[in-house]
Design a protein around this ligand. Structure first.
Ligand SMILES: *Cc1c(COP(=O)(O)O)cnc(C)c1O
Length: 413
């Protein structure tokens, strides 16, 4: 096995690390799948909008008004969509709500919604809420968490002529498993259901081809692998042919045909813009763009290649160093079925994670009940960091450093 240093010297993307604010080079950040690092270009971009605000005042809106569409067109290039199929707005949860309600209304004669038990809990809450609101009576949460390898066939078995929408997360937040988007979307279409995907854990981490897979609807987050900043606005995708048939449940003036007519009669805007609601948060929107630009500059194929090399390297290290210490790997070994994080379980996962952050300068994250996620962000993670992180985890366990930490969980993990 090649060492970290050797692998880093052959890395054609290594220069991108310098494009990020890295105050402490000894701190190993493996949580880019939860909150990406700050690109240096973002500091300038936000500063520029602040200056515009100060000098241009309200006329700044001439430049800011179409940011949801302009950023959407760039996101489209990351997810295999057309420029006029994506807008950046609101949060992932709100966008999921808008698209789910719209989809369930279009599928009025079908009572059933299908998802799986490995989906992000917030997505399940939003989906159930939307189903209740639109009078849907059946909700199928397919059990896949215990055996993700069986996920595709178990989900397919639940799709039938009663199914209105199949809604899934593309890369699963706990295990890092990546669903077979083409096959499951095809399965939904075979029974006349719509397919809605949440790309939060895959956008910016792996190439996605929504149109090639025939996806109807999608949402995703920009503060993870897109490095858009805490609480950055999310995006939504509506396949072009569906746009004129669908209506958002939030009839706001940014989704109105001629917002500045101030007419009291709501008429949805043409195209995907009808899914906008109210005034976009311009400072946060401005912070998203440099992150997208970095991904486009590096190229998703190259990023994916490095991500696969890094997760493979990490898995070898887990097998060699951590498994003998009582860890188990829950991320798929099949590269086609995994995203950009590697998850391990350990009975003491919570306390080990605390020790890593408090005294070892390693930041992974913990997910209940016993999972530690090691996120790889190819734009700034080095192979040497992965090697060093595994060594620090080994240290915490063999020296039993975790024992002095509290077993009680804190509010944010
Ligand atoms: C991160 C994530 C979210 C976050 O939603 P917010 O509305 O930004 O809180 C939603 N769904 C999935 C699958 C995620 O990974």
């Amino acid at each position: 096995m090649q060492g970290g240093q050797e692998l880093d010297s052959g890395d054609s993307l290594s220069a991108f690390r310098d494009r990020f604010v890295i105050e402490d080079p000894n701190l190993i950040y493996l949580d880019g799948n939860s909150l990406g690092r700050l690109p240096k270009g973002t500091v300038e971009a936000v500063d520029r909008v602040m200056s515009q605000w100060g000098s241009s005042l309200v006329s700044g809106w001439r430049e800011w008004y179409d940011l949801p569409q302009r950023l959407g067109a760039k996101i489209a290039r990351l997810i295999g969509a057309e420029a006029d199929e994506v807008v950046v707005c609101d949060s992932t949860s709100v966008n999921l709500f808008k698209l789910t309600v719209a989809a369930l209304q279009v599928q009025a004669d079908r009572p059933k919604v299908v998802t799986d038990d490995a989906n992000f809990p917030s997505d399940v809450y939003v989906t159930v809420g939307a189903a209740v609101l639109t009078g849907k009576t059946e909700f199928d949460v397919v059990a896949v968490e215990d055996d993700v390898a069986a996920a595709t066939s178990r989900i397919e078995a639940k799709l039938d002529g009663q199914t209105a929408v199949l809604t899934l997360s593309h890369a699963l937040f706990r295990s890092g498993y990546v669903h077979d988007m083409a096959r499951l979307t095809g399965g939904a279409h075979e029974v006349g259901a719509l397919a809605l995907w949440d790309l939060s854990h895959s956008v910016g981490a792996l190439p996605i081809d929504l149109n090639h897979c025939g996806v109807d609807l999608a949402v995703g987050c920009t503060y993870k692998y897109v490095n858009g900043g805490p609480g950055a606005p999310a995006f939504l995708f509506v396949r072009r042919e569906l746009q004129e048939r669908m209506r958002t449940p939030i009839w706001g003036w940014f989704g109105q045909r001629n917002a500045f007519d101030f007419s009291l009669d709501y008429e949805p805007a043409a195209g995907v813009a009808r899914f906008l609601a109210g005034t976009p948060p311009i400072l946060s929107m401005a912070a998203v763009e440099p992150g997208i630009d970095l991904l486009l500059e590096a190229g998703l194929d190259r990023l994916r290649e490095k991500s696969v090399a890094q997760t493979s390297f990490l898995i070898e290290l887990v097998d060699e160093v951590l498994v003998p210490l009582g860890f188990q790997m829950i991320t798929p070994r099949d590269v086609n079925r995994r995203g950009s994080h590697v998850s391990v379980t350990h009975p003491e996962a919570w306390r080990i994670n605390q020790a890593l952050i408090a005294e070892m300068k390693v930041i992974p994250d913990f997910r209940a009940p016993n999972v530690i996620r090691l996120g790889v962000t190819p734009l700034y993670t080095t192979f040497q960091e992965l090697e060093e992180a595994i060594d620090r985890i080994r240290c915490v366990v063999t020296e039993r450093r975790f024992e002095k930490y509290d077993v009680a969980k804190s509010a944010v993990t």
